[in-house]
Design a protein around this ligand. Structure first.
Ligand code: LLP
Length: 451
């Protein structure tokens, strides 16, 4: 049974009803309030406390399937390697592994995590501009599918290491296509001034050198031009057209190119951005790379894990400032840093049915951390909320929990997985004992009392 919802407010933000309609795993029940799948968020808050991250297994599965279907529908032979950096919760990874997704990892920790979740080494790609020798050693020992090389220097390091261990590393060369993905400056990666990949003009010579180096076997080209790309397919098409040209040159020179790694980056509508559907991306890949007839790989993070997650928080108090109403939450920038770091907009929904139907007024939604940047939203149309009222910060499944810190000595929040009518804590809230456990006083300070 749906509860009545207020009409959209005069400003341009989407209404509560519009936010809900665009997120099929969320619904509003007249008695139970906001639900994730079949579980009321109020029940999770009562059992687990707040702030807590809540992920929908159903939404994760639906999105994994939709992406794979879009790629197959465009006639592509494609494998999806989920970018673990977006959300590295073990249960989330397990759901995605069960859907047949591989992993794109960028550290020893993520490699271990992906393996612990049951993702086979043969489905793991290792990206990143600064893999250490220790990390490369582990990648070689695990015999993962592919290591994406980002520089001539890294190629030399890996070659020497692999040869000394008597191994052959399958490598793709990450190429920087010098296209502008027109996304936030902090998350664009495909411009020539960015630190990522090798310049496209240097790629043919370097690829030929890789083929001649001991311990390396070049298997393809990789590109990743940026994240939260919502500007349409132009940047993708430009990048993949360059990839196609490069692949044609390499193949023409008799060099082995077995597949093409198209990276991640597909954006999602946090507010009401015209984010492209996976069919559009699949179409752009098919149009540019399809004629080569090679299998393609994708490394999506946000598109898979973003919408299925939210951050559940309680109102600490509502404070009337000079001409502004502040809603102070028990979640803060140490939990969800995206608004502070990228000026990101996240939808905010009240959880109780009465709060969803109440009159709206502009509120600044803030956390308790001692920084002005600890602001989730400014002038957001929200009801007046009592201490203890619950709110959900939407689309926080990607680059949410993974970017948390313990700033202000705030423990890492719990993580919860909802699956139909079931839910389970899939990461305990950090305890204060655990936070203190690794800290030590040196002998010379431990002795002697503090006056
Ligand atoms: N592959 C590579 C090599 C990457 O660097 C990334 C993301 C991905 C794949 C996945 O991209 P996605 O599909 O999620 O856009 N913390 C920022 C996003 C940083 C993205 C870093 N690289 C945010 O919260 O917006």
């Amino acid at each position: 049974m749906a509860a009545p919802l207020p009409i959209a407010s005069a400003d341009a933000d989407p209404s509560f009803a519009e936010l809900l309609a665009a997120r099929p795993h969320l619904s509003l029940h007249a008695l139970d309030g906001l639900l994730v799948e079949e579980v009321p968020l109020a029940r999770i808050a009562a059992a687990v406390g707040t702030p807590s991250w809540v992920y929908s297994a159903g939404a994760l599965r639906r999105r994994a399937r939709a992406l794979k279907a879009a790629l197959a529908g465009a006639g592509l032979r494609a494998s999806v390697h989920y970018a673990v950096k977006a959300n590295g919760n073990l249960a989330v990874l397990r759901v995605l592994a069960s859907e047949g997704l591989g992993a794109d990892v960028v550290s020893e920790g993520e490699l271990r995590l992906a393996r612990a979740a049951g993702i086979p080494a043969s489905a793991i790609v290792f990206s990143g501009v600064g893999k250490t020798e220790r990390e490369l050693r582990l990648a070689l020992a695990e015999d993962i599918a592919q290591i994406n090389i980002e520089s001539a220097e890294e190629a030399a390091m890996l070659s020497a290491l692999a040869a000394s261990l008597g191994r052959v590393a399958r490598v793709a060369l990450r190429v920087n296509p010098d296209v502008d993905a027109r996304t936030h400056a902090k998350i664009t990666t495909g411009r020539s001034e960015n630190k990522f990949g090798v310049g496209i003009d240097d790629a043919p010579a370097l690829y030929a050198r890789l083929a001649a180096m001991p311990g390396l076997r070049p298997v393809g080209i990789a590109m990743h031009i940026g994240s939260q790309i919502t500007s349409g397919m132009a940047a993708y098409r430009a990048a993949y057209a360059r990839m196609a040209e490069l692949a044609t040159v390499l193949i023409g020179r008799g060099l082995p190119v077995e597949h093409l790694d198209c990276g991640g980056g597909l954006g999602i509508p946090y507010r009401d951005e015209p984010a492209p559907a996976p069919e559009a991306l699949a179409g752009a890949i098919a149009a540019t790379l399809g004629p080569l007839g090679l299998p393609v790989m994708l490394e999506p993070g946000r598109w898979i894990a973003g919408p299925p997650g939210l951050l559940l928080s309680s109102v600490v108090l509502q404070k009337q400032g000079a001409g502004r109403r502040f809603l102070v939450l028990d979640a803060a920038m140490n939990d969800l840093v995206r608004p502070a770091m990228y000026e990101a907009w996240h939808g905010i929904l009240p959880v109780s049915p009465a709060d969803c139907a109440a009159a709206l007024a502009p509120s600044d939604v803030v956390g308790p951390v001692c920084e002005t940047g600890d602001t989730f939203a400014r002038g957001r149309a929200l009801p007046s909320l009592q201490p203890g009222a619950l709110v959900a910060l939407l689309d926080a499944g990607a680059y949410g929990a993974v970017m948390s810190s313990t700033y202000n000595m705030r423990p890492l929040a719990a993580e919860v997985l909802v699956d139909g009518s079931r839910f389970a804590v899939v990461r305990d809230r950090q305890g204060y004992e655990a936070m203190l456990a690794g800290q030590r006083l040196p002998d010379w300070l431990a002795e002697g009392a503090v006056p």
